[in-house]
Design a protein around this ligand. Sequence first.
Ligand code: GLU
Length: 306
Amino acid sequence: MGAGRFAPSPTSDLHLGNLRTALLAWLFARHTGRRFLVRIEDLDTARVAHDPAVARRQLADLRAIGVDCDGDVLRQSERLEAYADAVTRLSEDPGTYPCFCTRREIAEAVSAPHAPPGAYPGTCRHLTTVERAARGSQRNPALRVRGGDVVVEVVDEFAGPIRGPVDDFVLRRNDGAYAYNLAVVVDDVAQGVDQVVRGDDLLTSSPRQAWLTERLGGRVPHYAHVPLVVNAQGRRLAKRDGAVTLAALTARGVDGAAVRSLLAASLGLAEAGEPVTMTDLLARFDPAALPRTPWVWDDAVAGSTP
Ligand code: GLU
């Protein structure tokens, strides 16, 4: 049996956008008879100090709206050995190399024609041993995989076929932390995840991740990148947009069940204000009928919602 998952980074409390994506990931998994896993992506410890209470609140908030999961919650901070093994394997095939470039150097480098913005131009790909030693005395390198600039197509539930080039992307950053693209794929493969439902801001990462999945001997998952929740100005919802976390909403009298109703209504799965159970939602769930555009959360209007 395959699995779907929700994989929050424990940087701050989940907001309505994250909760809505989690609800959709749960519905997609259960609707297709898959297991549903939750993974805490707490890898970024060098840049962000993770308060363990945040992950605990995220898990409690998921439960409060009815999103349950199977098995133990996996934490990426406990998986460093698996990432190291994957790096060793990739270093053998297709190969990796140290990269000394700063962000600025990458931004200023002349990219290959048709390369997408942000794609690595290959500056450090052919450095000699002597050049590497010289640059290494100045700066810790990141580690990049040789992506070969192949173009990979994935098929997304909503966006359809998406083609993207696989540049030499980072596996390990120059502060020693494993990169998101590596960890997410290593874990999805290890956990038998064959359905990835997440915000559509990650759509462009999927060709690289699909490619890496195959390099690591996994099967490319089914992708569904769901529209984000935006504020009244059309920008991606953030905490500064008012009462957008479950704690803040509960303080206004909108508890877990009411938030579930609110999210269900935004997905066309309930009437406004209608109480619904997860079983109701599962029975009503039809991926083809889901809204294809971002949900606009206007706190000024929603503030009066019971
Ligand atoms: N941890 C990522 C995030 O919170 C999600 C990763 C994924 O779903 O692939 O944005």
